[in-house]
Design a protein around this ligand. Structure first.
Ligand code: PMP
Length: 298
């Protein structure tokens, strides 16, 4: 399968206040963010032409930037408006939106006080994050080697590009060994999350999920906790050790791109794709796709 590279596509990208033809949205080689990781981003999904939880994402982008000691020169309302404009300009009904804010090329070196803060928003058609067959059967996760860092080591609450360095390494290691993704443990050896999604386990009808004290408290994670509670299910957020995985019957991951995806295997531990996971998958699909859900029901 040939995939058109992301710098050679058609459409429009919003950059610093203007809608530019896709191929004109460029940065220079000597951009601070490329050298020192001074960038934060978001990942959003468009369903039926609307960006799901748009304002929560725009607010998180602002907070992520503060975590990296910079301020985005556009308000949350301006980012919301620009994001909708990009979706419209690219005529997207279902797709993905990627805002990114970064330090520019006005200063090189670790100090970057004089750099301009840039903001761009791209959007494109993006299907399932995981192979649809693997999604049906449940994903196979390897256990990663790198540990999610201590909050004293890195700005763990920011969705910062640099924090994905260990995620890409672990995802590649897992893929090379025939897995779909990796489970990452944290600096204490506790269960943290997958490389781009939060994780939940089920035992005796109760959901257990790690406390997000050194990784993102995902917007999807919070949404799914709400959906589970609406079904009368108990959700326990707590520190979880890897050995405990032997006791759980079901497991799934949550994220904007991943949505709700079942997990069938993590290292030596096996799970079934059970009713609670399936119900939460369909609750989430109905919530994000109200038009289709209503059409299917009618
Ligand atoms: N953790 C990581 C590392 C992620 O990349 C993501 C996806 N943004 C998540 C968790 C889930 O966050 P959300 O549900 O807000 O997309």
């Amino acid at each position: 399968m040939t995939v058109t590279p992301y710098d050679k596509r058609e459409g429009f990208i919003w950059m610093n206040g203007e809608l530019l033809p896709w191929c004109d949205a460029r940065v220079h080689l000597l951009t601070h963010a490329l050298h020192y990781g001074s960038a934060v981003f978001e990942g959003e999904r468009v369903y039926d032409g609307e960006i799901f939880k748009l304002t929560e994402h725009s607010m998180r982008l602002h907070e992520s930037a503060k975590g990296l000691d910079f301020e985005i020169p556009f308000s949350v309302a301006e980012i919301d408006k620009a994001s909708r404009e990009v979706v419209r300009a690219n005529k997207l009904v279902d797709g993905y939106v990627r805002p990114i804010a970064w330090r520019g090329s006005e200063q090189m070196g670790v100090a970057a006080q004089a750099t301009k803060i840039n903001l761009a928003i791209a959007a494109w058609d993006w299907g399932s994050y995981f192979d649809p067959a693997a999604r049906q059967k449940g994903l196979r996760l390897a256990i990663g080697h790198y540990l999610r860092p201590d909050p004293r080591t890195a700005p763990v609450k920011s969705k910062a590009t640099g924090l994905y360095m260990i995620c890409t390494i672990e995802k590649h290691r897992a893929e090379r060994a025939g897995y779909n993704d990796a489970l990452m443990l944290d600096w204490r050896g506790q269960i943290a999350e997958a490389t781009g999604a939060n994780i939940f386990f089920i035992k005796d009808g109760v959901l257990h999920t790690p406390l997000p004290d050194c990784f993102l408290d995902g917007i999807t994670r919070r949404t799914v906790i709400g959906l589970a509670k609406q079904r009368g299910l108990k959700v326990i957020e707590r520190a979880m050790m890897p050995e405990e995985m032997a006791e759980f019957s079901e497991c799934f991951i949550t994220g904007t791109a991943a949505e709700v995806t079942p997990v069938s295997e993590i290292g030596p531990y096996k799970f079934k794709v059970g009713d609670i996971t399936r119900n939460l998958m369909s609750d989430y699909a109905a919530l994000v796709h109200p038009v289709k859900a209503v059409a299917a029901a009618g």
